[in-house]
Design a protein around this ligand. Structure first.
Ligand SMILES: [Zn+2]
Length: 568
């Protein structure tokens, strides 16, 4: 349930150590499902509150707790009636008004104190009634049972609203001095389920400092005559408001603060796909939305593309968060990870197995997680083989010293040497062995490129390719991109492409070898494509041979150039 509530002490100053008592107040309660249709009004005071409901008919419900009758109470009673009068005046044109509450005055003819008189006059003036013949049942019973009266009402202006008006019997478990009054109305309030995504509007910020003041004034001036000519003050206010809004829209630039929709910013690629999906849908709709229409299939495919792109981007963003956490762990990132995992329904699990025990209760699971991370964050010296670590450090230092002091040049093959040897490859297995060693080092990631040096030296060496200086030198760059090696690459790669095209045709080539990454994988290890390119024994042998040649030639050329430039 939600509520709109005010109490007699709502506006009283309250000591810092006291809580508001919430006594003698008024409250309107409603089910959560109606909240979107309800507006709490500021009108009223601590005895009178009101709400507006958007329903089958626009409603204004006023709830009042009128002052009790005593010596000078007529002044306060009148004040409250005035407040109710104002609210009714304000909303009766546009809304069906319902006034209810403990009115501390009766409409029955049997009693006529000063409050009763005022109430009867007021009700008559406002055209209020219970909507049905008034029943004689009492709603208030003095605790001492010394008196009783009918002072609680639900009153309407439009009698048609009331289907049934009931004053309940005073129940023995009802400790209040009052009994309940109920009305069943003809109004239908739609239950709107609160959408999980509250962010339905894009948010903009007006940039006042950049407004075009002259044009703003000019636009408002245009509407001034219309305001002067108008007699009705409400219409005048409407014209003025619209004029201000219109002039503002035209002359004040806005800055987008938040996009409409979920808190997720579509990348430009995704936006293109979304747009294209919409366009196809429109076309399909115009064509009559037939299920067999070719556009239906196109739409399906395009939607699939969109979904897969979104999934891919989410995966990349997830991966980059993981990477950030690994590279630069901090509390903020850690909580982001936890929130991310908690917010996703798909990753929530109902059972965790911890130390062989099955945990089904979220509270236990959280506790287990907490102690796991607590345990993780406490350094445990005894579990770490520090001796071994130190030994490794010493070894590494020795290797580095040895490398630095080494004067022996690496044994290199020249292009001519390689070419001549290649002719008689069968008789010169040594060169074949070297080729296969180069290839297997590249395959296993043990062939050291600049990006590897970058990592090994704790980033003190740059990762940029020392041949072309255009980008980081990794295996993909070397095999497919580096412009300095392009002549060699073209010469040997054409051969590889040709044997595949001859064997499986351009369609498969275009499907499976359509980017640098895939081509690198193919050259390093054709077996990745054994199924997709239907590589048989014969083709496999050819590919292995040609890939070895290409890689070896790239290797030789690279070493040659680096050597000539005296780069180790
Ligand atoms: Zn390069």
């Amino acid at each position: 349930m939600e509520n709109h509530t005010r109490c007699s002490d709502t506006n009283d100053p309250i000591d810092s150590f006291k809580l508001p008592k919430g006594k003698a107040g008024v409250s309107i309660l409603w089910p959560n499902a109606w909240t979107n249709s309800i507006k709490k009004l500021k009108d009223g005071n601590e005895r009178v509150i009101a709400i507006l409901i958007t329903a089958s008919q626009e409603l204004c419900i006023i709830n009042a707790y009128m002052p009790t009758c005593n010596t000078d109470s007529q002044f306060e009673y009148t004040e409250c009636l005035d407040i109710i009068y104002d609210i009714i005046q304000k909303y009766q044109e546009t809304h069906k008004v319902i006034l209810c509450g403990d009115l501390n005055g009766t409409l029955l003819s049997t009693r006529s104190n000063k409050h009763d008189k005022m109430l009867k006059n007021f009700v008559a003036e406002m055209g209020l009634s219970t909507g049905q013949d008034i029943c004689e049942k009492h709603t208030f019973f003095h605790h001492a049972w010394s008196s009783s009266s009918q002072i609680d009402y639900i009153l309407v202006q439009d009698k048609k609203l009331v289907l049934n008006y009931t004053i309940d019997e005073k129940s023995s478990i009802n400790l209040s001095a009052h009994t309940s009054v109920r009305v069943i109305t003809t109004i239908d309030i739609p239950a709107k389920v609160k959408s999980a995504n509250k962010n339905r509007k894009a948010k903009y910020k007006l940039q006042w400092d950049q407004m075009d003041t002259n044009q703003y004034n000019r636009l408002i001036q245009q509407d001034i005559t219309a305001i002067v000519d108008e007699n009705n003050i409400n219409t005048q206010v409407d014209i003025l408001t619209n004029s201000l809004v219109r002039a503002g829209n035209i002359t004040i630039p806005t800055k987008l603060l938040q996009l409409k929709g979920p808190k997720w910013k579509a990348s430009p690629e995704v936006q293109i796909l979304i747009k294209s999906c919409r366009n196809i849908y429109k076309q399909w709709q115009e064509a009559g939305k037939q299920k067999e229409h070719p556009l239906a299939t196109t739409l399906k495919l395009e939607k699939r593309k969109l979904r897969s792109k979104v999934r891919m981007e989410q995966a990349v963003s997830r991966q980059s968060l993981y990477q950030q956490i690994m590279d630069n762990p901090n509390t903020q990132l850690f909580y982001r990870l936890i929130n991310r995992n908690r917010s996703s329904q798909q990753t929530s699990t109902n059972c965790l197995k911890i130390n062989g025990e099955l945990n089904f209760i979220p509270e236990d699971q959280r506790r287990s997680f907490a102690s796991y991370y607590e345990d993780l964050s406490v350094p445990k010296e005894e579990l770490f083989d520090n001796n071994y670590l130190n030994l490794c450090k010493i070894r590494q230092q020795l290797y580095e010293q040895a490398m630095d002091q080494s004067t022996v040049e690496p044994e290199l093959f020249t292009d001519t040497e390689e070419n001549s040897t290649c002719m008689e490859a069968k008789n010169q297995p040594r060169i074949e062995i070297r080729k296969s060693i180069v290839k297997s080092r590249m395959m296993t990631g043990t062939y050291i490129l600049q990006s590897d040096k970058h990592k090994f030296t704790h980033f003190s060496t740059e990762a940029t390719c020392q041949l072309c200086h255009t980008e980081s030198e990794d295996i993909v760059h070397m095999i497919t991109t580096c412009p300095v090696l392009s002549t060699i690459r073209e010469k040997y790669f054409i051969d590889i492409k040709k044997v595949i095209l001859d064997s499986c045709g351009p369609a498969k080539w275009n499907t499976y070898c359509n980017n640098k990454m895939e081509i690198t994988r193919l050259i390093l290890d054709w077996s990745n494509f054994k199924e997709s390119l239907s590589i048989g024994m014969e083709l496999a042998e050819k590919l292995e041979q040609k890939a070895r040649n290409l890689l070896f030639q790239l290797h030789i050329k690279r070493i040659e150039i680096l050597d000539a430039r005296n780069i180790k």
